[in-house]
Design a protein around this ligand. Structure first.
Ligand code: AMP
Length: 283
């Protein structure tokens, strides 16, 4: 496994892989790797000749009052997990390598970046789209692997890649969960014991929403939302940011589920903001 810190070396090695007719999978991450990340790496290794994993805590996507400074970092643990899986390349750039002095280019993803999490995280999705575009130009992958856990991110990145004609197949992989349903996340490390127990309420609420929609085909989604919100409020440590049922392609709220919809939730447990979602498909 090669550990690389510069853009140029990754571009060189990717070009060489391509020259050898090797397919390349890219898994972009912010490190502090858990089973959710590793499921993407395993999938990439299974579906490609070479897998590149990037580890970069992207300062541009954190708001001024967000957790950039305390975001969990575990370089040694990450490298040992990736070498065990036999990833081929780990790209770990310093901030200056990604954003040299004077850097000022950014992608504006448009209104979709202001919905859901974008409402409370201004500029976040533009920064995500920009850094991912850079990674696509650096690693030149045939396939890139993203987790469903960050549903809005998957929609934004697919849109960016489609509209800017990146020749990369974007693959979204299912959310990996703890035994009680909590979606794995590097930020779960912030939770105290009590908060950790309380945080299973997100998945319980999503399952409740799914069950109501699937069982009686409720046309009135506001009633579904109300039931979900009531359940979340029954947990004293939980504070709702949003509960929304949206169209999976444009993330606009839907009034009825015709074929498919996504229930998205963002909830604060203590000081930690957690997100999760579930896709509803009706036949
Ligand atoms: P992050 O390091 O949080 O930026 O995540 C890197 C990638 O891993 C993103 O595509 C995430 O959606 C994905 N990911 C994070 N948590 C999970 C999870 N529990 N299951 C599946 N994928 C995940």
């Amino acid at each position: 496994m090669q550990i690389i810190k510069t853009v140029k070396e990754v571009q060189d090695i990717s070009r060489w892989f391509r020259g050898e007719c090797k397919s390349i999978g890219l898994v972009p991450t912010m490190g502090a790797l858990h089973e959710g990340h590793l499921s993407l790496v395993r999938r990439s290794i299974g579906e490609n000749d070479r897998t590149i994993v990037s580890i970069f805590v992207n300062p541009a996507q954190f708001g001024p009052n967000e957790d950039l400074q305390k975001y969990p970092r575990d370089t040694e643990g990450d490298l040992s997990k990736l070498s065990e899986l036999q990833a081929d390349v780990v790209f770990m750039p310093e901030t200056e390598e990604m954003y040299p002095e004077g850097f000022s280019t950014s992608i504006d993803i448009g209104p979709i970046g202001k919905l859901l999490c974008g409402a409370s995280r201004p500029g976040h999705f533009n920064a995500v789209a920009t850094v991912v575009a850079k990674f696509l130009n650096i690693a030149i992958p045939h396939r890139m692997y993203l987790g469903q856990k960050d549903f809005q991110q998957t929609v934004v990145i697919k849109k960016m890649a489609r509209e800017l004609n990146f020749d990369t197949n974007i693959i979204v992989s299912p959310t990996v969960r703890e035994n009680d349903g909590l979606a794995m996340s590097s930020r779960n490390a912030y939770l105290s014991g009590e908060e950790r127990k309380a945080s299973s309420i997100l998945y319980k609420a999503l399952k409740l929403g799914q069950e109501i929609i699937m069982s009686n085909g409720l046309d009135d989604l506001s009633a579904v939302k109300k039931e979900m919100e009531a359940l979340i409020r029954s947990e004293p440590l939980a504070k709702i940011d949003y509960v929304k049922v949206v169209d999976p392609y444009n993330l606009e709220p839907v009034q009825r589920v015709l074929f498919a919809a996504v229930i998205c939730v963002a909830v604060r447990i203590g000081n930690t903001r957690l997100i999760d979602n579930i896709i509803i498909e009706k036949n």
